[in-house]
Design a protein around this ligand. Structure first.
Ligand SMILES: *Cc1c(COP(=O)(O)O)cnc(C)c1O
Length: 395
């Protein structure tokens, strides 16, 4: 083949990516990233436009709280910018151990391990604890990080209908004689509908069928239970959940995820959870900011913030209901505004943004096809008049 012939036949092996992207753009379901200028606040500037921010998971306004900033800055001064290694080699700083002990005390469990994110906490834990001969019974709306963890474990996966206890039990009955280990797993608060798992009843089932019980409390941490201790505390299910996952990236205001449980579970994860073994630990600033956040949560100031969050949630939902909105199921500050078709949801979100309110559209693959929606999240930091203006604009 001559050189020119080789060139004319040269193909781009990634051509299909461009084709698929063009299709998504044509359908109107390929939104651009919104770029935040300045701080993550209830009113802030994305793409040069000031909007009321109903898009973040910053439930308590801690991303910009002065106690967290101060702790982070001090940690940078004292310990530098990075940890320099994975936890199992040289990257375990005293800050990391202190944070784990603080969270374990807060959650009233034996021990805690902190991961780089909630995502890696779920994916790393499920895949470390279970293997190919095991069984997982999982709510159909569980978070992607649980789904990926389940797949990585190579266990058999049974999905039950969302919060459907009868369907869950049917799956457990059918597998009652399963030879391997069994895990029952659920989100505590479901991130797209804002509803709460029927935890006491799921614990009953886990106990009846001898399952490990695991709860992902990413959207419940700092939101539900005393001082934001999560759904286990909210339902008083202490001692009934073997593996509790939480995130440090949402209400806690920084970044990371954690697993709480028995001392042996945590020591086992230190040895077997792959994100823990193969990915560098948090920078000192992150660990220090998280410590400051838990200190705050455990104080009267934290209680006041959580109270404010729930008062704002009730207020916003009431104002939306007055304007004819319905969001059955939502029991938390997550307010889904159902649209149906993804392209319409994206268009609605775009127009709303132009009118000064940011609530992102979520469509497939984040939610099922035909179930696209806007998702608005209330925070403790919103002012009543901002929530009123947002409700008016939405209407
Ligand atoms: C956000 C979320 C996670 C991931 O947490 P990150 O710390 O952001 O990685 C896990 N589970 C659920 C249910 C979530 O909503």
């Amino acid at each position: 083949m001559s050189e020119t012939a080789a060139q004319t036949t040269k193909q781009n092996p990634l051509e299909y990516v461009t084709e698929q992207l063009d299709e998504l753009r044509a359908k109107g379901v390929a939104p651009k990233l919104r770029v935040l200028e300045g701080e993550q606040k209830p009113v802030c500037t994305f793409d040069g436009k000031e909007v009321i921010n109903l898009a973040s998971n910053n439930y308590l306004g801690l991303t910009t709280h002065k106690a967290l900033r101060k702790a982070a800055l001090e940690a940078v001064r004292k310990y530098g910018a990075g940890a320099g290694a994975v936890r199992t080699i040289a990257g375990t700083m005293k800050l990391h151990m202190d944070l784990e002990e603080q969270i374990a005390r807060f959650k009233n469990v034996e021990a805690c391990v902190v991961f780089q994110s909630g995502f890696t906490a779920n994916a790393g834990t499920v895949s470390a604890v279970l293997g190919k001969d095991d069984l997982i019974v999982s709510d159909e709306l569980n978070h992607a990080s649980i789904i990926d963890g389940c797949r990585l474990s190579k266990a058999t996966i049974k999905i039950f209908k969302h919060k459907d206890l009868a369907d869950c039990e049917r799956n457990l009955q059918e597998t009652a004689n399963w030879a391997g280990r069994k895990l029952l797993i659920t989100d505590g608060v479901f991130s797209m509908d804002g509803d709460i798992a029927p935890l006491p009843q799921l614990c009953d089932l886990a106990e009846k069928y001898n399952c490990i019980m695991m709860v992902d409390d990413a959207h419940a941490s700092g939101v539900l239970g005393r001082g934001g201790r999560g759904t286990i505390d909210h339902f008083n299910c202490h001692g009934r959940v073997h593996i509790q996952v939480g995130t440090l990236s949402k209400a806690i205001g920084a970044m990371g995820g954690y697993v709480c449980g028995s001392r042996d579970l945590i020591e086992f994860l230190y040895l077997r959870a792959r994100p823990f073994l193969f990915s560098t630990s948090h920078p000192p600033a992150t660990a220090a900011a998280c410590q400051a956040a838990f200190t705050l949560l455990d104080s009267p100031k934290g209680e006041r913030l959580i109270k404010k969050l729930w008062a704002n949630t009730k207020f916003f939902k009431r104002e939306l209901k007055k304007r004819g909105f319905r969001f059955e199921g939502s029991e938390t500050p997550i307010v889904p505004i159902h649209v149906g078709e993804a392209s319409k949801a994206h268009e609605f979100s775009r127009k709303l943004f132009e009118a000064g309110v940011y609530a992102p559209a979520v469509g497939y693959p984040i939610v099922a096809e035909g179930k696209a929606r806007l998702r608005a999240i209330v925070s403790a930091a919103h002012k009543r008049e901002q929530l009123l203006r947002a409700a008016d604009t939405l209407a």
